[in-house]
Design a protein around this ligand. Structure first.
Ligand code: MSP
Length: 500
C-alpha cells in the first residue's frame, strides 16, 4: 500500500504562475486521497535549476544562476504553502546528492553501451530546452512554444534509442502507461520518427550544469539531469526510499510528455531500472483562448487569486471546471461563479444551516434514533463511483458525485423539514433527521477533502469527527458506517460574500 506521485520540477527563471499551481495541486489532490485511503505516500516536487535557460535569465538580471535559483525556488515554496501542498520532499537539481546521482546514472548509461559521441547539427529551443527535429520546424519557430529558435552545430554525446524502441512501444500499447488514452497515438507517432537523442552540450556554450564525468568539456543535457530527480530524490542508487520506485504516476503538462513518456523510460531501461507506472499529461490553461505570456500581460498570478478567493476555491475551481487532461480557460467570472453558486450557496449553506440547527436544538449531541434511509439514492453507490473516479484521476467526475450528494442533501433537509417536526413536538424524529443530514455532511466532507482540505478540516472539527480526515498510512476507516453521535457546533459562514 505505497504510492509515489511527482510533479515536474519547475524552471527557476521566473516566478510561479497558475499553470505550475495546477500541476502541483493535481498531485496534492492525489496524494491526499491516497493517504486518506491508507496508503504510504511519497509526494515529490521541486525545481529545475540548470541549463541555458536559467544561465541566460540570470545573466540578463545581472546575478549568478545559483543566486537566481536560490531566490526563485523560495517563491515556489511560498506558493505551495499558500496552496496547502502536502509534499514530502522538495528537490533542487543543485542539491549535491542529486548531482552525484546524475553522474552515477550517466556512468551506468555509458556502461550499458548506449552512449556514443557524434555531432549535432540542428535546431535548439532555449525556452523549451529542447533539440527540435527539422521536420517539425516551420518558419524557424519552435513547434511547442512558437518562439524563434536557432540552429546549433556542435560535438555532442548521443543516446542510442534503437535498442529500446520495441520495449517502449509494447509498454505504451499494452496498458496504462500513457494517460489519458487519447495521447497514446501521439506518443507512438513520435517514437516512429525518433532519432538518437543528443544528451550533452558543449561546456563553452552551456556552462551552468553538471559536467559529463569522463569528459569535462561537456555539460550533461538539462533534461537528462532533470528527469533523474525522480530517483535521486529517493536516494538513488542505494537510498532507503528506493522501494517507492517505480513511481505510480508522473503528472506532467502535455508539453513535456515526450520527455517523460519516451526519453525517461528509455534512459531507465538502459540502466536496468523499471519505468514509471504511468505518465499522466494534463492540458493547458489559457486566458480568453490565448496562451499566457508576459508579453500579452495575461499571466494569472496564483498568489493573487488565492488571496481573493482562498486556496480551497482555486483548488476546487481548477478541477471542477475542466476535465483533467483537457485544456481550460481561466476567467474571473468563471471562478466567482463557482465560488458563489457551488461553494457558498450549495455547499456552505448546507453545512451551516445543519450546524446552526443542531447547535440550537440538540446542544448535547445528535443521536441516531431510528432508521436512516435515503430515498432515491444509494450513498454506497455514490461513494464507490467517486472512488473509481479518483483512482482514474478523473477529478471533475469525482467532484460531480460530491456535488450530486450536496444537492441531494439540500433537498433531503427541505423535504424532511426538521423545524416543522420540532414545532409539533416530534423531537426524536427531528433528531434522527438531523443525524441523517450530519451523516451526509460527513460523507461529503470526506470526498471533498482532497480538493478543499482547509475547509473540510474546519467542518470536521465543528461536526465532531476531526479524526475522519487523518492522513495516516495503514489506517482503515468505516466511511459509510454510522457513528454513535455527532456533537455539532456552528461552523460560522464558510464562504463569505466576496464584494460587499
Ligand atoms: N523544467 C521542466 C520540467 C522538468 S521535469 C523533469 C519544465 N518546467 S516548467 O516550469 O516550464 O513547466 C512545468 C510544468 O508547468 C509544465 O509541464 C506544465 O505541467 C505546467 N504548466 C506551465 N504552464 C502551463 C499552463 N499554462 N497550463 C497548465 N500547465 C502548464 O517544463
Amino acid at each position: 500500500m505505497k504510492f509515489y506521485v511527482t510533479t515536474p520540477i519547475y524552471y527557476v527563471n521566473d516566478k510561479p504562475h497558475i499553470g505550475h499551481a495546477y500541476t502541483t495541486i493535481a498531485a496534492d489532490i492525489l496524494a491526499r486521497y491516497k493517504r486518506l485511503m491508507g496508503y504510504r505516500v511519497f509526494f515529490l516536487t521541486g525545481t529545475d535549476e540548470h541549463g541555458k535557460k536559467i544561465e541566460k535569465a540570470a545573466e540578463e538580471m545581472g546575478v549568478s544562476p545559483k543566486e537566481l535559483a536560490d531566490e526563485t525556488h523560495l517563491k515556489f515554496k511560498e506558493l505551495w504553502k499558500v496552496l496547502d501542498i502536502s509534499y514530502d520532499k522538495f528537490i533542487r537539481t543543485t542539491d549535491p546528492e542529486h548531482e552525484e546521482a546524475v553522474r552515477y546514472f550517466w556512468k551506468k548509461m555509458e556502461e550499458s553501451g548506449s552512449i556514443y559521441k557524434g555531432k549535432y547539427v540542428g535546431w535548439y529551443c532555449i525556452p523549451c530546452e529542447s533539440f527540435v527535429p527539422s521536420s517539425q520546424v516551420q518558419d524557424g519557430k519552435c513547434p511547442n512554444c512558437s518562439r524563434n529558435i536557432d540552429v546549433i552545430e556542435e560535438e555532442s554525446y548521443f543516446f542510442s534509442v534503437e535498442r529500446y524502441k520495441k520495449r517502449l512501444i509494447e509498454l505504451i500499447e499494452k496498458g496504462d502507461f500513457v494517460k489519458p488514452d487519447f495521447r497514446k497515438e501521439e506518443v507512438l507517432n513520435m517514437i516512429e520518427d525518433l532519432a538518437d537523442i543528443s544528451i550533452s552540450r558543449l561546456r563553452e556554450r552551456v556552462w551552468w550544469g553538471i559536467p559529463v564525468p569522463s569528459d569535462e568539456r561537456f555539460t550533461i543535457y538539462v533534461w537528462v539531469d532533470a528527469l533523474i530527480n525522480y530517483i535521486s530524490a529517493l536516494g538513488y542508487p542505494g537510498g532507503s526510499l528506493m522501494d517507492f520506485w517505480p513511481a505510480d504516476v508522473h503528472i506532467v503538462g502535455k508539453d513535456i510528455l515526450k520527455f517523460h513518456a519516451i526519453f525517461w523510460p528509455m534512459f531507465l531501461f538502459s540502466v536496468g531500472l523499471e519505468p514509471p507506472r504511468m505518465v499522466f499529461a494534463h492540458g493547458w490553461w489559457k486566458v480568453r483562448g490565448e496562451k499566457m505570456s508576459k508579453s500579452l500581460r495575461n499571466v494569472v498570478d496564483p498568489f493573487e487569486v488565492s488571496s481573493v478567493y482562498g486556496a480551497d476555491t482555486l483548488r476546487y475551481f481548477m478541477f471542477r471546471e475542466i476535465s483533467f487532461g483537457r485544456d481550460g480557460d481561466f476567467s474571473e467570472e468563471a471562478i466567482s461563479r463557482r465560488y458563489e453558486n457551488d461553494l457558498a450557496k450549495d455547499f456552505g449553506n448546507l453545512v451551516l444551516r445543519i450546524s446552526k440547527f443542531a447547535q440550537t436544538n440538540f446542544p448535547g449531541g445528535v443521536r441516531r434514533l431510528g432508521q436512516v434511509s435515503f430515498p432515491d439514492i444509494s450513498t454506497e453507490d455514490i461513494f464507490d463511483k467517486w472512488n473509481e473516479s479518483m483512482q482514474k484521476l478523473d477529478f471533475s467526475g469525482a467532484l460531480n458525485y460530491v456535488f450530486h450528494l450536496i444537492s441531494y442533501a439540500n433537498r433531503y433537509i427541505d423535504a424532511k423539514a426538521p423545524w416543522e417536526l420540532i414545532k409539533s413536538g416530534r423531537m426524536e424524529e427531528a433528531e434522527n433527521v438531523v443525524y441523517a443530514c450530519a451523516y451526509l455532511v460527513k460523507l461529503i466532507v470526506f470526498m471533498l477533502y482532497p480538493f478543499c482540505p482547509t475547509t473540510c478540516k474546519k467542518i470536521a472539527e465543528r461536526y465532531g469527527f476531526p479524526s475522519l480526515l487523518d492522513e495516516v498510512s495503514g489506517l482503515k476507516r468505516d466511511i459509510l458506517g454510522y457513528d454513535q453521535v455527532f456533537r455539532i457546533s456552528s461552523t460560522g459562514v464558510l464562504f463569505p460574500k466576496l464584494f460587499g
